[in-house]
Design a protein. Structure first.
Length: 295
């Protein structure tokens, strides 16, 4: 018998300052806890992601208020998935909530099914999601970018089309070289491929790798991944390399006549052995099945 995973609780004591007035509440490598950002300007504070459920959202809001003082609050998300944005109800009426159009549309279409699915992930997750309400934004931007003026500091929101989800959003703090990338990249964690056909099949791995290449070309000083430790551009390169390597390997085995199930059995073991210090190997199988479907 294996031990149950720890409950997905955001720990405000894991707060660190990764650049001047740019903070991260670290995930402590606990499953279904994201890295959460708080960016301060002279007049406003931007929060990036909330954690899962109202209690986590409230903990993030309380931490933000402590740092922000009397500054007005803004909330945005890296994408719509429950562990990243299903604590937003704590911010409703307390902050201006901004999503891109893809996030809004995915939340509208998939939010309740994802909430129902995540509630089956064990008692700790179900407890975190108790009384969760899905929250629509106060403002939506339709184009690829939006700039937010926090007062003496601008933050850039960017979206690139379907990749990990349809509405992945990158948050840049240009004056510091910090970039929040959400689940476009994890650090020493196998990339999360939410390949759940027919209910959710909106991944675009080719564009995902392309986006990571663009982010690498910006040469960020600090990369805040969706999960795992904060680091540099090597995080982006590792995930891009994984995606670009796995697809052709799946295609080669299909051409050799292997069944998808056999490829999952043999290739997943090889890939896991190649990355012995990466967590969450269950996502290898989902990625292989995605690439097999697309080959």
């Amino acid at each position: 018998m294996t031990d149950a995973p720890p409950p997905p609780i955001v720990d405000p004591s894991a707060l660190t300052e990764v650049a001047k007035d740019v903070y991260v509440i670290g995930d402590r490598r606990i499953p279904l806890v994201p890295n959460i950002g708080i960016v301060l300007g002279a007049n406003a504070a931007l929060v990036v992601d909330t954690g899962m459920g109202p209690a986590n959202g409230q903990a993030v809001l309380d931490t933000t208020r402590r740092l922000a003082g009397g500054r007005r609050l803004i909330l945005t998300l890296t994408h719509f998935h429950p562990e990243h944005g299903f604590g937003a109800q704590a911010f409703k009426g307390q902050a201006q909530i901004i999503y891109n159009a893809g996030q809004r549309d995915e939340l509208s279409a998939k939010g309740q099914p994802y909430l129902d699915m995540f509630r089956t992930f064990g008692p700790g997750v179900a407890a975190a999601l108790e009384s969760t309400e899905l929250v629509m934004p106060d403002e939506v931007y339709e184009g690829p970018t939006k700039t937010i003026d926090l007062g003496g500091r601008s933050v850039e929101l960017s979206t690139y089309g379907a990749a990990h989800t349809r509405g992945d959003q990158v948050v840049r703090v240009p004056d510091t070289g910090v970039v929040f990338v959400g689940d476009l990249a994890e650090e020493r964690i196998f990339p999360i491929f939410p390949w759940f056909p027919p209910n959710d099949a909106d991944i675009d791995a080719a564009n995902w790798a392309k986006v990571l290449g663009k982010l690498e070309a910006d040469r960020p000083h600090v990369v805040v991944p969706g999960h795992g430790s904060v680091g540099g551009g090597g995080i982006l390169a590792a995930v891009r390399g994984y995606i670009e390597d796995l697809g052709p390997r799946v295609a080669d085995r299909l051409r050799a006549g292997e069944s998808v199930d056999d490829i999952v059995k043999t290739l997943a073991a090889e890939v896991r052995a190649e990355h012995p210090d990466w967590d969450s190997p269950e996502w290898i199988d989902f990625a292989i099945r995605y690439f097999a479907d697309k080959s």
